[in-house]
Structure formats: C-alpha cells, structure tokens
Design a protein around this ligand. Structure first.
Ligand code: NAD
Length: 479
C-alpha cells in the first residue's frame, strides 16, 4: 500500500461535473504521486446513480446542442482551448504530480491538445451530393449520434481526453467523460472549464474505477464509446458494446517497430530515435518499442543510443532538469520490472540499465537491450516502460517480416537517407501510421489509429470526425 499524505497536505479541491453542477459524492479515489509513491490527493468517485443522472442530463441537452451550427459549436471549442492555454502552467503542474511526466512535457501535452482542438474545428463536414440528374437528387449527410462515452488511460490524460471530446462536441454530440482512476485530477479540472464554456449537460465528467467504464459501455443511454487503453480492455469494451450495438472507436496498445537502414548516419538520428522510444518513460502507445538496425550501422547506433541514455536525467518531473519521470503506477512498474527480470533470465545483454533502484517512487533508468530473441517477452509484448530491444538484421526483407510478425499494428517507422526507399518499405508495414525519418508525429488533419489488434476506427481528420456521426442518405425523386 502506498503511504498517505497527512490530511493537512492532502489536496481535495476536485469535483464531478453533472448537468452543469460541480458535485461531491459518497465515494472517493486516492491519487498517488508516482515520483513519491505516496497519496497526495483525493477526489470524488461516481457510481451507477451519478452515471444515470449524467446520462439523463446529456440526453436532455442533446436536442439543443445538435441544433446549433457547427460554427457555433466550434467557437465554444476555441474558447475552451483559449482557457486551457490561460491555465496551462497550473494544470501542467497537477498533471506532473498525478502522472509523473516532466513539467515541460505536461505543458507540451496541454499545448498540443489545445492546438489539435483548434485544428479539428476548422474541418468541415459538407453534405455530399451523390446524384443530381433529371430523375433524382441524392445526398449524403452526417448527423450526430447522441451521447458519447469517452474512457481514457493514464499516460496522457489531457490530450487523450481532448481528441475524442472535441470530435464528439464539434459534431453535435453530448458527452460523458471518464478518466483513468490513476489520473483523474487534471480531467476533473478540465471539467471546471467545460462547465464555464458549454451549456449544462453537454459535457459531464465522472471520475471512477474500471467498473464505471464497464457500466458506461453497457448503458442503454449511451450511443457511442470512444475508448483509449489496453488491447485487453478494448476487447471487453467491444464485446459489451454489442448488446446495444453502440458505435465504438478503439485506440489501443502498440508494439511499434523502427527499421533503421544501412544508409543512415546513426549519430544524426540517435537523439530522435531515443526520444521516440523513451519519452514519458516509454509509456506512450506510439513509442518505438522495437528497434531493428542493419548490421552495418548496428554497433555505431548502439553506441549513439547508449550515449543518449547516459545523458538523460531521470527524476521527479517537477525538477526542471528532469527528462524522464517515473512509471505512472505500481502495477505498471511491477510489470516492467518483471520484463527486466525475464530479459535477464534469457541471457540478453544490457547496454544500459538492468538494475532496479530502491524507492521511493516508481523510477527505472532508460534500459537498452541487445542479444535478445524475437520470441522473448520484451520483443513480443507491449512493454510500456523504459526498456527497448535493439535487434540486428542483414536483409531488409527479414526486417519487414519481423516488424510485421505481431498482433499489434499501431504505427512504425523506417529511417533512411533515401526517401523513396524509406517510403516503399514504410508502405509494407502493417500499421495505421508508417513514418519515414520520424516517429510519433500526429496532427488534427491526419487520421490516427491502429491496424490489427491496435484498434478499430480512426481519430482526428474528417475521417475521425465522421465516426462520431451517422451517415444518412436523403434521396428525392424529381417528378
Ligand atoms: P486500461 O485498458 O487498463 O484502462 C483504460 C481505461 O479503461 C481506464 O479509464 C479504465 O478505468 C477503463 N476500464 C477498465 N476496465 C474497463 C472495462 N471493462 N470497460 C470499460 N472501461 C474499462 O489501459 P491503461 O493501462 O490505462 O492505459 C495504457 C494502455 O493504453 C496501453 O496499452 C497504451 O498503449 C494504450 N494507449 C493507446 C493509445 C492510442 O491512441 N492507441 C493512446 C494511449 C494509450
């Protein structure tokens, strides 16, 4: 059990948002600061009764909200992103305390969320004329679905809430938003801004445990679930949604490969590859989780990545010098320690890391591993932590086959000084996004999501926005 802060220092200024009112409840969640391994805040938790009231409020608010024009709804979203920028520093500090990531990365997460929100509301979803001849006028329109339930994970709670939230609101839906029980606080603070900006009932924010997520996916008053989290939970969400034939978008885990070809300068790309692997201490769905390096540049790349790992300062995210924070929670920390031990047992070589520092806090150093089999846990599973294997190849066909030899398919990258060669190989990766000479680059205008078991559907862009809408054909016979 984590130690608890005494009552004098316990932060409790948090509330649920239901039907435009900030509320307490009979239950609560204790929130741990992962840099200290100690409880530092407590917030109210919603149960079935709060969920039912929130869904009823969202249903009541729906007709008026959908009746507004997209431009009006977009203008309110822009007010939201403006307010987020105004309180960015305060919110970032809270995000670092509950999530662990370095303060600069918390600021960047909020900033990126605000920019993507602004971007999304500049996208138009026009009526499409399919036929217009002497006999018929047929058009395709998109209308909102109703109430959208949004369920988020603990690795990037602000950004991963804003993507689906803005998509749902801009397209005319009302929302129930539930953060992870590990990181509910910034989302509840977001609720306070949402309350000021949007009409009562349009957005409701409920903190709660896994059972609240399950109740949302089964709820008859919710029309769609936008879920971001693990593959295992995503499958449960899909199964539960079948009972009411809810629409679902699933943004799930990844095991991203990066294929580094023989024509790159390892020193020139090492910083970028290192950051794409270890940012947020590897707790990023689209982090590089397997590095495949050509034998000609293998040793030099290993040396350059080791140099980056040695430079990276691990510590409390509130310290401005920190580049890598702790693992977010004890469960994830234990899972990664287990993978480290399994990797040691398999006889792999640890170029860096391998030791498990004694607490407090859930810290692990950036760990680079070589001499490891493709069927090891580290290569097969989504490690979601600061340990990455560097695997050697001599034939690029072999690298492509090994990169695709997984049930995951979120994203991947190819690194080459020959852009056409890079793009040709990228096109053969079985993923939702294949990058060349970059990794982890996303935008409001580019669809993002997973192939295979990494997800279902896409977020962002017109494609993503349309997944919050029902296509409807209007067919008029001309007489
Ligand atoms: P998780 O699946 O354990 O939990 C995610 C959310 O689901 C939490 O809010 C949780 O309370 C809720 N939940 C748990 N059980 C539920 C159920 N039966 N029904 C409905 N909701 C339920 O995931 P996590 O550990 O919080 O997040 C880490 C995972 O998220 C990683 O696998 C990561 O790759 C993935 N992720 C994916 C993306 C993406 O865009 N593809 C982005 C970030 C994280």
């Amino acid at each position: 059990m984590a130690e608890r802060a005494d009552n004098a220092t316990l932060r409790t200024d948090f509330a649920l948002l239901i039907d435009g009112a900030l509320e307490q409840s009979g239950k609560h969640l204790d929130v741990i600061n992962p840099a200290l391994g100690a409880v530092f805040a407590r917030c109210p938790a919603a149960g079935r009764a709060e969920l039912d009231r929130a869904v009823a409020a969202a249903r009541r608010a729906f007709p008026n909200w959908r009746a507004r024009s997209a431009a009006e709804r977009g203008a309110l979203v822009k007010q939201l992103s403006q307010r987020l920028r105004e309180i960015q520093n305060e919110l970032a500090e809270l995000l670092t305390r509950e999530q662990g990531k370095p303060l600069a990365q918390s600021v960047a997460e909020i900033d990126r969320g605000a920019a993507q929100s602004d971007g999304m509301v500049s996208i138009e979803i026009p009526v499409e004329i399919l036929v217009d001849d002497a006999q018929r006028h047929i058009e395709l329109r998109y209308r909102p679905l109703g109430v959208v339930g949004i369920i988020t994970p603990w690795n990037a709670p602000v950004n991963l809430a804003l993507g689906p939230l803005v998509s749902a609101l801009y397209t005319g839906n009302t929302v129930i938003l539930k953060p992870s029980p590990y990181t509910p606080l910034t989302t509840l603070k977001l609720g306070e801004i949402l309350r000021d900006v949007f009409p009562a009932g349009v957005v409701n924010v409920l903190a709660g445990g896994d059972e609240l997520g399950a109740a949302m996916t089964a709820h008859e008053g919710i029309d769609k679930i936008a879920f971001t989290g693990s593959v295992a939970t995503g499958k449960k969400v899909l199964a539960a949604a079948a009972a009411t034939l809810k629409r679902v978008t699933l943004e799930l885990g990844g095991n991203d490969p990066a294929i580094i070809l023989d024509d790159v300068d390892p020193k020139a790309i090492a910083k970028q590859v290192f950051f794409a692997s270890f940012v947020n201490s590897g707790q990023v769905c689209m982090a590089i989780k397997r590095i495949y390096a050509h034998e000609q540049i293998y040793d030099e790349l290993c040396d350059a990545l080791v140099a980056e790992a040695k430079k990276a300062k691990v510590g409390n995210g509130l310290d401005p010098a920190t580049e890598l924070g702790p693992l977010q929670n004890k469960m994830q920390y234990d899972k990664v320690v287990d993978i480290i031990n399994d990797t040691k047992k398999a006889g792999a070589t640890f170029l860096t890391g391998g030791e498990v520092p004694s607490g407090p806090g859930y810290f692990l150093p950036p760990t680079l591993v070589t001499d490891i089999d493709d069927d090891s846990r580290l290569v097969k599973e989504e490690q979601f932590g600061p340990i990455v294997p560097i695997l050697k190849f001599s034939d690029v066909e072999d690298a492509i086959r090994r990169a695709n030899d997984t049930r995951y398919g979120l994203s991947g990258s190819v690194w080459s000084s020959d852009l056409q060669r890079g793009a040709d190989i990228a096109a053969r990766l079985e993923v939702g996004t294949a990058w060349v000479n970059q990794h982890r680059t996303t935008s409001a205008f580019v669809p993002f999501g997973g192939a295979k078991e990494s997800g279902l559907g896409r977020q962002y862009s017109a494609l993503g926005l349309k997944s919050y809408m029902e296509p409807e054909v209007i067919s008029v016979a001309k007489r």
